[in-house]
Each structure stands twice: as structure tokens, then as C-alpha cells.
Write a protein that binds this ligand. Structure first.
Ligand code: O2Y
Ligand code: MN
Length: 599
């Protein structure tokens, strides 16, 4: 048995090993050799395929079980001691009860397997904003994905020291092996209702069993960096957010750092590494999914990307939507659930590359363009090192973080919400963040199609506590410094449609025109129109040179439809009711002000 100088960690490893009964315990050192060894284990077991090294050097393809392809929201639990503290947006189970039932599942769950211990740092090792976690898992797939997505290994144990604190992250695929038995397919518990992704916020602990996929298994990401870190951030006075971080430099050479909160599947990764469509401006990437922000000594908010890789959606990634990602995933990338071409490359829908006549689809079956089924699963993913991003900012790993000047918030709204709306002050900005959301579509399998699902700061699936308390925390952050030092908040909407149901705004690289306007505002070079909902660009405020958007389209993109806003207010009231007495009074006041201004 391994021995570790951090007594709490040593004791926890022994406790977990006693419960899960693995054949072996292995402490990850975080070396490249170890990464390769984990890949080889999966490939030798027939569970992974190296891609053609001439086409995709260092790349591999994995296929998960068809029942294990996405985050299991229904099976994600916030087990706070008091039910009320989990709030109206989370699934809650009493922590003692949950531990009892999960202990039964965990008992003997690693028989026939190796138990890997992964010390990891979220954020650059040693940064004052970073935090340490330790994931115990029986999945080599998790080890090599964590190698890309976080900083792992011996250096982290050094930073942890003898008495450092860490978040306990326990994961098992939940499939013990009998003597001599080996995995014939992706191991997991196929019945979704038997999977658990559980969070114990007061204990800073995560217990996950039954899924080997993405956010359910790579516990540093959504489970730690958002749900548990969110609780730590509330208690310690900082922010753990579902936000990209980008750096925008204008032709004068002035750089601004911008965070952006967008719900899943709104193109966050694309925006984080977009190519501006006009000369003289530059976008560079700091992070594509998560931002941790703390006050610096100058009273400004500084952000780090706690991750070191991108776990991006593959379908739809193309030279049009994200040319930089296309370059980034050319090497040293793990693909999960895409098609395998006959020449050992990968293919997916929306790649902009013509479909080959034949491939093996994400389920391992022969596929042709006439098959009538997708070659890649809609939630197929790439795991790729951030350092490989062609436009990664040189300071992306600066332990001090980068000073944030603006925060974008926005969902997918075909009506009502203008292209961009600047908040008038911090509380108004938090109000805008609290009302963001997307229209429910037929893909959501519900009778609520067309209604807006509010997703405050894109945190709905990632909240570790009560949503009302979370919004209060944002408001309180605004009281900790001078108003002029806080980032300005912008509500954006790339998805407004015209009467024919067509998107009015071209999106993709053209979103840089909105970013340019925001930077012009920050540098005092752009005017606004004051409206009841906030500060909007003037009709000629956004640079439209070279695109086919005229004054009529811009009028539509910036239109404030009074009737629609009055209906919006009723829907916001309904949503706010769900927060009960934990609705911050400042937000009720903002809503009342808006109603009065529109009257
Ligand atoms: O399906 C999963 O497990 C991944 S979800 C995900 C992955 C990377 C970045 N964001 C998300 C998300 O759902 O927001
Ligand atoms: Mn995300």
C-alpha cells in the first residue's frame, strides 16, 4: 500500500481502498509516460483505437456505452445538510441517507480493477486562486483525461504538503470484475437510474458512481470547479463561474480581458477562440468553460482558467465555426464517440468535410451516408491540451490571473432580447444575469416548448447551493470594491430571428463586432442610447463593414418590443417566486424598476 505524507489524504486513500476493494492501488505521478501507459491499457483491452499517426499524431478514439454519453442531470445530487440550502433548482437527498446507499454500491465495486489516485490542481500549481483536489477512480480513461484537463501528479502532492486541504473526489464505473474477467466494452452501470453524481458541499466532497463519461467522471470539471468551488467561493468571497475568458486587443494595442457566461451548447468554445472578422483586432484565449475570479490588491477582479484542457463538443466544429479548434485537435487529442474513417481518421456531422462513403459509427457499427443515423453522437467530445490552442494567450497560466473588464451573459433567445445591452450598474448587471435563459425546444422533450428556461449566469446545471443565495453572493461581491473597478456587464443574444424564422445576426467570427463595440465602450469610444432595459448601441454603433446587415436588420436586432417585455416580466416574476424568501431584495427592486420604466 502506498504511503503519503499528508495524513488526511493517506487515511482517506486507505478508507476508500477498504471500501472499494481494488486489486491494486496506484498513485499517479503525472508524467507523460504514465499518460501513455493509461492509453495503452485501454487500447490493449480493445476499448480504444489509436488514430492514423500521419493524419492525427498522438490521437485516440474511444466509444462509450450508448447509455453513458452525457451529464446525468437527473442523477446529480446536492446533499447539503438542510434541504433548503440546495434550493429549488437542485435534486436533494439527505447526506447520511445518500452515503448509506452509495456505500453499499461502493463496497467491493473496484474488485478486479486498479484504484488510481490522482492528485490534481485546479489552476496553475501554487497560484493563490488555485485549489487542490484528489480524484480516486478505477478508470484509466479518467486518468488520461484528467492529465489533459488539469495539472496532476507529484508536483501537486508537493503543493499539498503535510497538512494542506483538498477536495475529496471519489469515482467508480461501478462494474467490479470477477477473477480473470476483463472489460469487453466501456464499463459503466447502464441503467441511468442507478448512477449517482453526488456532492456533499459542507464536506467539500464528491461521490460519483456508474458513469465513466465527461462531467460525471472527470470530477475536477463541473463537480469541483463549479458546484463545490461555488460553495467555497461563497464562503471565501470570490466567484467560481461557468464562463469563458478571452483577451481582446484593439488596433491601438490596448488589451482587455472579458469573461462570458453562456449555457451549454451556445458556442462558448467557439467564442473563446474566435477569429475577428476585421483587421487590426486580435482575440486570444485564456479559457473556454470555467473562470475563477478573486479580488486583487488593486480592488479589481482577476480570473484564472482552472483547467488546462478543453473538453469540447465535436459535432458542428468546422473551419467555419472554429478554425482554431480544428487546428488544435489535429494532434495529441482524445476523441470520444465520433466516427472512425477507413483511413484511421475521425469524422463528424457539421465538420464541413464531405461524409466518407463508409466509416464505423460511434456505436461501432458500419455506417454509410444512407444509414439514416448520425456517425458521431451529438455530445461527442474532444479532450485537447489548452497549450495547443493556436491563439492561446501567453499569460493564460499567469498565477495572478488576468484583470476582468467586462462580463458577457446571454442565452439563446429568438425574440425580445437585443443583440447587446449594457447594464447601467452592478445590480442591474446581476439582474440581467439572473434573467438570462433559452427558449425550450422540441429537443428538450417536454410540453414547455417555447417557454424560457431561466439559467442564471448559465449555472442552472452547476449550482452547488441555493440559487437565490448565489445571486445574493454576486450582489455582495459588488459591495466589496469601488464601483468603477468592477467589470461592466453586457447581456448579449446572437440568436434573434426574423419573421421568417431566420437568424438575423450572422454569428461565429462576426460576434467580434459586438466585442469591438464593448471594448469601444470600455475605452470611451462608443455612444449608447439609454432605454428602459439598459444601454443599447446607437444604430450605427456596431461596425457592419463587409457584412450584409443593414439599418433595417440592426433596428430589428436592437428593437425593444414593449408587449414582449411585459410578458417577459411576468415570466421573470414566476421564476423569482421559486426562490421564496431567498430572492435578493435588490433583484425584486430591479424588476420593479424595469416594470415602472416600461409602463
Ligand atoms: O456531457 C458532458 O459530460 C460534458 S458537458 C460540458 C463539457 C465541457 C464544457 N461544458 C459542458 C457543459 O455542459 O456546459
Ligand atoms: Mn460548460
Amino acid at each position: 500500500m502506498i504511503s503519503i505524507s499528508n495524513k488526511k489524504l493517506d487515511a482517506w486513500i486507505k478508507e476508500v481502498a477498504d471500501m472499494c476493494q481494488p486489486d491494486e492501488v496506484y498513485l499517479c505521478d503525472g508524467t507523460k509516460e504514465e499518460y501513455q501507459k493509461m492509453l495503452d491499457i485501454m487500447v490493449e483491452a480493445g476499448l480504444g483505437t489509436p488514430l492514423n499517426p500521419e493524419k492525427r499524431p498522438g490521437c485516440y478514439l474511444f466509444r462509450s456505452h450508448p447509455s453513458d454519453v452525457a451529464r446525468a442531470e437527473k442523477r446529480t445530487f446536492i446533499a447539503s445538510k438542510n434541504k433548503e440550502d440546495a434550493g429549488p433548482t437542485n435534486n436533494w437527498i439527505d447526506p447520511d441517507e445518500l452515503k448509506k446507499s452509495m456505500t453499499e454500491l461502493y463496497t467491493g465495486c473496484m474488485k478486479g480493477r486498479t484504484m488510481y489516485v490522482i492528485p490534481f490542481s485546479m489552476g496553475p500549481i501554487g497560484s493563490p486562486i488555485s485549489k487542490i483536489g484528489v480524484e480516486i477512480t478505477d478508470s484509466p480513461y479518467v486518468v488520461f483525461n484528467m492529465y489533459i484537463m488539469t495539472r496532476i501528479g507529484t508536483a501537486v502532492l508537493g503543493a499539498l504538503g503535510e497538512d494542506g486541504e483538498f477536495v475529496k473526489c471519489l469515482h467508480s464505473v461501478g462494474q467490479p470484475l470477477g477473477p480473470g474477467e476483463v472489460d469487453k466494452e466501456w464499463p459503466c452501470i447502464p441503467n441511468v437510474d442507478e448512477k449517482y453524481i453526488s456532492h456533499f458541499p459542507e464536506e467539500r466532497m464528491i461521490w460519483s458512481i456508474g458513469s465513466g463519461y465527461g462531467g460525471n467522471a472527470l470530477l475536477g470539471k463541473k463537480c469541483f470547479a463549479l458546484r463545490i468551488a461555488g460553495v467555497q467561493a461563497r464562503d471565501e468571497g470570490w466567484l467560481a463561474e461557468h464562463m469563458l475568458i478571452l483577451k481582446l486587443t484593439n488596433p491601438k494595442g490596448e488589451s482587455y480581458y472579458v469573461c462570458g457566461a453562456f449555457p451549454s451548447a451556445c458556442g462558448k468554445t467557439n467564442l473563446a477562440m474566435l477569429q475577428p472578422s476585421f483587421p487590426g483586432w486580435k482575440v486570444e484565449t485564456i479559457g473556454d468553460d470555467i473562470a475563477w475570479m478573486k479580488f486583487g490588491e488593486d480592488g479589481r477582479l482577476y480570473a484564472i482558467n482552472p483547467e488546462s484542457g478543453f473538453f469540447g463538443v465535436v459535432p458542428g466544429t468546422s473551419m467555419q465555426s472554429n478554425p482554431n479548434a480544428m487546428t488544435q485537435i489535429q494532434k495529441n487529442t482524445i476523441f470520444t464517440n465520433v466516427g472512425l474513417t477507413d483511413d484511421g481518421d475521425v469524422w463528424w456531422e457539421g465538420s464541413g468535410i464531405p461524409a466518407p462513403d463508409h466509416l464505423i459509427d460511434w456505436k461501432g457499427n458500419d455506417w454509410t451516408p444512407d444509414s439514416g443515423t448520425p456517425a458521431a453522437h451529438a455530445n461527442a467530445r474532444f479532450t485537447t491540451p489548452a497549450a495547443q490552442c493556436p491563439v492561446i494567450a501567453p499569460e493564460w497560466e499567469d498565477p495572478a490571473g488576468v484583470p476582468i473588464s467586462a462580463i458577457l451573459v446571454g442565452g439563446r433567445r429568438k425574440t425580445t432580447i437585443p443583440l447587446v445591452n449594457e447594464s447601467v450598474d452592478w445590480n442591474h448587471g446581476i439582474f440581467l444575469g439572473s434573467i438570462m435563459g433559452s427558449e425550450i425546444t422540441t429537443a428538450d422533450i417536454t410540453d414547455k416548448v417555447g417557454q424560457v428556461r431561466r439559467d442564471p449566469f448559465a449555472m442552472l446545471p452547476f449550482m452547488g447551493y441555493h440559487m437565490g443565495d448565489y445571486l445574493q453572493h454576486w450582489l455582495d461581491i459588488g459591495k466589496k470594491t469601488d464601483a468603477c473597478k468592477l467589470p461592466r456587464i453586457y447581456f448579449v443574444n446572437w440568436f434573434r430571428k426574423n419573421e421568417e424564422g431566420k437568424f438575423i445576426w450572422p454569428g461565429y467570427g462576426e460576434n467580434s463586432r459586438v466585442l469591438k463595440w464593448i471594448v469601444d465602450r470600455l475605452s470611451g469610444d462608443a455612444e449608447v442610447v439609454n432605454t428602459p432595459i439598459g444601454n443599447l448601441p446607437t444604430l450605427d454603433g456596431i461596425d457592419l463593414n463587409g457584412i450584409n446587415i443593414g439599418e433595417a436588420e440592426m433596428t430589428e436586432l436592437l428593437k425593444i418590443d414593449k408587449e414582449a417585455w411585459l410578458a417577459e416580466i411576468e415570466s421573470i416574476k414566476e421564476n423569482y417566486k421559486s426562490y421564496g424568501d431567498r430572492l435578493p431584495k435588490e433583484l425584486a427592486e430591479e424588476l420593479a424598476k424595469l416594470e415602472a420604466k416600461l409602463a
